[in-house]
Design a protein around this ligand. Structure first.
Ligand SMILES: [Zn+2]
Length: 179
């Protein structure tokens, strides 16, 4: 299994430029123009988030020391690493990405409701929970039609990052990478 640094180098030096090229080609093909800076920014941030946090090796989050910065950042993901054993479903090309996206949504939602509880000193009602989901997905500011392209871009980028990770886990020798 490649070290974390190898994954980071691979994603930043190969995955990032390749991904920007793919996004640009898709835009040229469908919109006859180059993607605007927002699209590139969303892709870049989503891939960085995948590279450093939300990747298949999240199934080892509990291996990091709590006192380290990485361990502290990954603390909310400890339960994930207890649920999914290393190189199990987390390293599955489709299901792995789904488990992490669902986990992240639940995590953000639970975190939001805990903050709400401390501010209001009562748990939210069902209708309040619904409005919180709208806020989390920014649907209060933009209707879903306008947001769906950005949400899809984030999901596809996270999946792309997972694909790079799994590819490197399995094909390192045949790719003959010398990092
Ligand atoms: Zn891995």
């Amino acid at each position: 299994m490649p070290k974390e640094k190898t994954h980071i180098k691979f994603n930043l030096l190969i995955g990032m430029p390749l991904g920007i090229l793919i996004v640009s080609c898709v835009y040229l093909l469908f919109y006859k123009s180059i993607p605007n800076i927002n699209i590139i920014a969303i892709f870049t941030l989503a891939l960085l988030f995948n590279t450093f946090i939300l990747n298949p090796d999240l199934d080892m989050a509990n291996y990091h020391k709590l006192r380290s910065l990485k361990g502290f950042i990954l603390l909310p993901f400890f339960p994930y690493s207890l649920i999914f054993k290393h190189r199990g479903i987390s390293h599955s090309i489709f299901f792995g990405s789904i488990t992490r996206i669902v986990y992240l949504i639940i995590l953000v939602f639970v975190g939001y409701e805990i903050v709400f509880f401390y501010q209001q000193e009562s748990w939210p009602s069902i209708s309040q929970m619904r409005s919180h989901i709208d806020i989390i997905f920014s649907l209060s500011y933009n209707p879903i039609k306008e947001n769906i392209a950005n949400i899809l871009l984030v999901i596809v980028t996270l999946w792309y990052g997972d694909l790079l990770h799994i590819l490197l886990d399995h094909k390192r020798k045949s790719l003959m990478l010398s990092f």
